[in-house]
Design a protein around this ligand. Structure first.
Ligand code: ADP
Ligand code: MG
Length: 150
């Protein structure tokens, strides 16, 4: 399986990388974000939002699980960290198959509910302001997407 790696040296660089990815996204795309607390998942999501021309400030939806933003296309931002039951059906599927892009922080916590085809993005805190971003595409759509941005 192919995987793609980048390093960023600041939160701005992570945001810029996400903006670049956003330019290639389509309705129905699902991005699964993984990484420890403070790795940069929300920072990445803010960059995505910017790239989708979303004007509202995106913040961590820790207590709401799902937030929806309107831009060039909708962005469904999920943070499932505090979801108590991994099998709880909050209607995730309708978002995954919706008219927007879905980004899920801590996606592995709802592994069973995720679509089998998705782009997993690992953020790893390397040192201070340096992060390693690894893209792992599952399915042809996401293989193609990765090739578009390298
Ligand atoms: P998470 O959502 O993964 O818990 P956040 O995006 O909320 O993480 O927080 C990441 C923190 O790390 C922010 O304070 C951000 O400014 C900082 N940071 C420093 N360097 C980077 C970088 N290269 N990429 C992303 N965030 C960074
Ligand atoms: Mg977060």
């Amino acid at each position: 399986m192919n995987q793609y790696e980048w390093k960023t040296q600041s939160s701005e660089e992570t945001s810029q990388f996400a903006q670049k990815l956003a330019a290639h996204l389509r309705p129905g795309d699902v991005l699964a974000l993984e990484g420890d607390l403070g790795a940069g998942k929300t920072t990445f999501t803010k960059g995505l939002a910017k790239g989708l021309d979303i004007k509202k400030t995106v913040n961590s939806p820790t207590f709401t699980i799902i937030k929806e933003y309107q831009g060039r296309m909708p962005l469904y931002h999920m943070d499932v960290y505090r979801l108590e039951d991994a099998y709880e059906d909050l209607g995730f599927e309708e978002y995954f198959e919706g008219e927007g892009v879905t980004v899920v922080e801590w996606a592995h916590l709802i592994e069973e509910q995720l679509p089998s085809e998705r782009l997993t993005i690992y953020l790893h805190h390397e040192e201070q302001d340096q992060r390693k971003i690894t893209l792992l595409p599952k399915g042809q759509r996401y293989e193609q997407l990765c090739k578009e941005i390298v």
